[in-house]
Write a protein that binds this ligand. Structure first.
Ligand code: NAP
Length: 322
């Protein structure tokens, strides 16, 4: 028998959708993800240490612990969870919709909520991943991690030249000084206004035409610098910094949706009603970073998850499925 509602993904958007949908008696099933080796279910917060900006936790909360709370709350309402399982492919031209999961099982569902998130892009350097995994000064979320004591009054580097890099660098100037923006070209990709605003900040110093060759540091002190290569002269130099904030874009996890519903040029799901969750396919809803390249916060993803469950509930009820 077809499911009423399946939810793909287990970040803040997926779990919030699951809690709302379960309380609306939709008996949802969540494909939790984490099926790709080296990947954890629970989304990007599983890679974060302290979360200080999620309301309701005045002392902050560990990212993994927060996701554990989300999951536990969903379990309280008897959400069915398919562990270490993701969607390999979907067929949205059929109704009920078809979902083929990573264990080879084929599901049918009357409605779908896609909350598979996005993955921060990394340079792919061994040293970058070493210090990232150890929590020793490399992160892809300045908004999450910029306020940590290790960065206070220290020089740090933001890598990238887009709007996010400008925003993150400006944010980090509240804590760190100087904040280098290391960019591989001689002009920013960012909108003019955001680029100019960043350059007008006395704490921000651009480092043009440069790529990071290696993150320098050790287990005791963490990150101590970055080795840069000037792309015009090939000159290599070391820049002392105590933190490295990657801001080189995100990739939405929508590979399995290609050709099935409308995606934008960067692969994000296009929402038909920007304040809601309807996609180009009726009965398919999206929530969280998979459909949001702008805000990308746990709290905004959770809010979108709530909307998507309410939208799905109303859509199903209008078809007599409740
Ligand atoms: P983005 O616009 O794609 O910019 C990524 C930046 O990273 C580019 O400057 C790119 O360099 C650089 N980059 C990519 N791969 C790299 C690599 N391997 N090594 C070194 N540098 C690399 O991404 P984003 O800044 O995250 O923004 C995403 C979207 O959200 C954009 O549409 C943006 O306008 C929007 N956004 C808007 C706001 C706002 O309006 N408040 C805030 C944040 C984001 P190149 O320039 O050389 O390609």
């Amino acid at each position: 028998m077809a499911e009423k509602l399946m939810i793909l993904g287990s970040g803040p958007a997926g779990w919030t959708a699951a809690i709302y949908a379960a309380r609306a008696n939709l008996n949802p099933v969540v494909l939790e993800g984490g099926h790709i080796p080296g990947d954890l279910p629970g989304g990007q917060l599983m890679l974060t240490t302290e979360v200080e900006n999620f309301p309701g936790f005045p002392e902050g909360v560990d990212g993994q612990e927060l996701m554990h709370f989300f999951r536990k709350q969903a379990q309280r309402f008897e959400v069915r969870i398919e562990e270490y399982t993701g969607a390999d492919s979907v067929d949205l031209s059929k109704y009920p919709f078809i979902v083929n999961d990573s264990n080879g099982k084929t599901w049918e569902s009357h409605a779908l909520i896609i909350a598979t998130g996005a993955t921060a892009n990394w340079l792919g350097l061994e040293s970058e991943q070493y210090f990232r995994k150890k929590g020793l000064g490399v992160t892809a979320c300045a908004t999450c991690d910029g306020a940590f004591p290790r960065f206070r009054d220290q020089p740090v580097a933001v890598i990238g030249g887009g709007d996010s890099a400008m925003e993150e660098a400006t944010y980090v100037t509240k804590f760190s000084n100087p904040v280098y923006i290391v960019h591989r070209r001689d002009s920013f990709r960012a909108s003019k206004i955001m680029g100019e605003r960043a350059l007008a900040n006395p704490r921000i110093k651009p480092v043009w035409n440069s790529t990071v060759e290696e993150v320098l540091g050790n287990d005791t002190e963490g990150v101590t610098g970055v080795r840069l290569r000037n792309v015009l002269t090939s000159e290599v130099s070391d820049l002392p910094v105590r933190g490295v904030f990657l801001s080189i874009g995100h990739t939405p996890n929508t590979g399995f949706l290609k050709g099935q519903l409308e995606l934008d040029a960067k692969g994000y799901i296009v929402l038909k009603n920007p304040a809601g969750s309807h996609t180009s396919v009726e009965g398919v809803f999206a929530a969280g970073d998979v459909a949001d390249s702008t805000y990308r916060q746990a709290i905004t993803a959770a809010g979108m998850g709530c909307r998507s469950a309410i939208d799905a509930e109303r859509w199903l009820a209008a078809r007599g499925i409740d």
